[in-house]
Design a binder for this molecule. Structure first.
Ligand SMILES: [Zn+2]
Ligand SMILES: [Zn+2]
Length: 260
């Protein structure tokens, strides 16, 4: 299998998974980069998966379906600008000869879903692959447009409980700005500092910093580390919130919203 992050708009990635003949695309906010990638490698589009209703994740679906005939799956309870097969918590899909599981991960939007492909062999290594849309970002998490801090923290806990080697395919390249914020929150975290240096080098060559892995995210992502003593101390000192995991998460999310 091959996994490609197709850049779109200012900082989106349209993820394309293919076996050299057939492909799946996740969250095609625009059609052109996907059509170009399909044509360049002579791929047939087998399926379109959508995580949530925002236009930068759905804008290319109608054209792609019209041009390729590929079927579309999307979250059961979101308003979407096209017909599709609706999926929700615990649904299983068999696509591209692989087993997929749907998780409901509300917070960024009210009914956001994530897709986990259970065992994908990429460059000789077999690991789960997670397409998490705008829920989890490398060193960060999505804004809470429709959900509560509790919902988002529950969603991130579920993603964080997946195996450590899970390849994390986020829908935006926000990593460097997330890392700048994370270093302010968690300045003594050596793994975080080392990861920032690696990502700066990758971006210097215009390479994606993604996929990340859950093992890395559990070490460096402050939003997954709200019960870490250093993160908790730092957020409580900054915002004066109570020293419990949920209050720390809510205060950390607010702090990030105003961070420049
Ligand atoms: Zn979004
Ligand atoms: Zn987005």
């Amino acid at each position: 299998m091959n996994l490609c992050a197709l850049p779109a708009f200012a900082d989106n990635y349209l993820w394309l998974l293919h076996d050299g003949r057939r492909a799946i695309v996740i969250d095609p906010g625009e059609a052109a980069p996907v059509l170009e990638a399909l044509a360049a490698a002579s791929l047939k589009l087998d399926a379109i998966l959508v995580t949530h209703h925002h236009a930068d994740h759905t804008g290319g679906v109608a054209e792609l379906r019209q041009r390729t005939g590929a079927p579309v799956w999307g979250p059961a309870r979101e308003v979407l600008p096209f017909d599709c097969t609706r999926v929700g918590e615990g649904d299983r899909l068999s696509l591209l000869g692989l087993e997929w599981q749907v998780l409901e991960v509300p917070g960024h939007t009210a009914h956001h879903v994530a897709y986990v492909c259970e065992a994908v062999t990429l460059a000789g290594q077999t690991a789960p692959v997670l397409f998490c849309g705008d829920t989890l970002f490398s060193a960060g998490c999505g804004r809470l447009f429709e959900g509560t801090p509790r919902q988002m923290q529950d969603s991130l806990d579920r993603l964080s409980a997946l195996p450590g080697n899970t390849q994390v395919c986020c829908a935006h390249e926000y990593t460097l700005s997330n890392l700048r914020f994370a270093r302010e929150v968690d300045p003594a975290n050596a793994a975080l500092a080392a990861h920032e240096q690696r990502c700066i080098a990758q971006r210097g060559q215009l390479l994606p910093t993604l996929p990340s892995t859950l093992e890395v995210e559990r070490q460096i992502n402050p939003f997954l580390r709200c019960d870490d003593a250093a993160v908790m101390r730092s957020v409580v000192a900054h915002s004066g919130c109570p020293p419990d995991r949920l209050s720390v998460f809510a205060a950390l999310r607010s702090w990030k919203n105003s961070h420049r």
